[in-house]
Design a binder for this molecule. Sequence first.
Ligand SMILES: [Zn+2]
Length: 400
Amino acid sequence: MTVKQYDGYRSFQYLTPGKHYRSYLLPQSDRYRNTCEIKLSETEERIFDTIQKYYPIVSLRDHGFIVPKNPDDIIPYCRQLHTEFDYEGLARSGIDLVFENFMDGISIISSLSGLKWNDVIMTLGIRFCDIAKQDTVYLAKTFKDLREAKITKRVAILPSIEAASILENEIDRVDVLYGLGIRCMGITYNDANTLGSGLTEKFDGGLTKFGRKVVERMNTLGMVIDISHCGDKTSLDIIEASESPVMITHAGARKVWDSPRMKPDEVLLACAKKGGIIGVCAAPNTTLSSKNPHEHTIESVMEHLEYLKDLVGIDHVGLGPDTFFGDHVALQHAFDDMLSLHESHGNQDYETPSFVEGLENPTEAMSNMIKWMIKKNYKIQMVEKIVGGNALRILRNILL
Ligand SMILES: [Zn+2]
C-alpha cells in the first residue's frame, strides 16, 4: 500500500518515559507481521496500484492502539493515560481515513467499567495532545478535511465514540463531544444503557425516549450514528428515528455466522434502505462462518462481504476490520467480562483462533481485503465503492 509520510515520531516523545509516565514493554516489528501473503499477477498488481493511488481508502473501524507485549500488563496499561499509538503502523496501512474511537471502551482510568465521561474526555485530550505533536495523522472534522489525506500523504482520523453510554442522561454532552471533534458515535455497546439495548440483552426494549433525543441531536449536529453493537429492535428503531443514513461500521451477517454480534437480514436491509452501509468486521471471534467454524481467516470474513453484497447491494457495503497492533485475542481475554464479549460472540461450538489469518493488524488488513477482491475478479468500480466510495457518499451528506 501507499506509505504515508512518517518522520519517526513515537507517542509522547516530548516526555521522558519513567519520569513523566510509566512505559510498558510493547511488541516490536512482530506487530506488523504479515500472516497471509496474497500473491497478485502483474495485471492484478497494476489494478491494486491504481486503487491505492487514486481511490480513497476508508476503514470504518481500526485503531492505532498498541497492546503491551505481556498480557499481565494490559489492565494496568489501560488504567493510565499514556497508551501508545502506532503512527508508523497507520502510515504503512495505506488507509486514507479511519474511524478511530481511541479504544474508549477500555479507557478505565477511574473505573473498571469503561465508557465513563471523565475517563473518555481525559483519553481524548491526551491523544489529541500526542497527535498535535506529529504530522502523519490529522483529525478530520469536515468532509473537505477528508479529501486532503490522499493529496498530503497523511492519514485522516474521524474521531469516534464506541457507545453513547458516556452521555448518561445529559443531552448537551452530545454537543460537547461534537465541539471536541467527535463525528461518529455508537448508540449502545453490548449491554444496555440509557439510550437502548445492547446486543447481549435478553430483552430489547428498543430506543428509549432519551435515545430518540440523542438521535435527533446527532442528526442536527452532523454526527454519524453507528449501530454496530445495538440490539436488533434498538437498531431498527434507530434507523427509523434517524433523518440521516445510519452506519453499521463493524459487524457481519447472522446468516453466515449465528451470533448476537452479527446482524439479521432485517436490520441489514433496513440500514441499506435508509441509505446506510455495513462495514465488515475482522475482530477475532466475530465474523466466523458456519461453513468452517474452527478457522477464522480472511476467507470467512470475506464470506460476510459476499453475503452482504448480494443481500443489500454493492452501494451499501464497506470495510471495518477493527484491528490494532499487538495481540487482539489477549486483549479480548483481559476485558471479556467487562465488555460482555463472550456473550456477544454467541454459544456456538468453535475453536477460538489466536489471530485472524490475513487480518491481524492494520498494516495487512486493508491491503489484503483489497487484494482478495481483486483475486475474486471484482471490477475496479466495485472495489472503489467498497473501499471508500460508499462511505464518502454518506459522509458528504452528514458532515457539515
Ligand atoms: Zn466495537
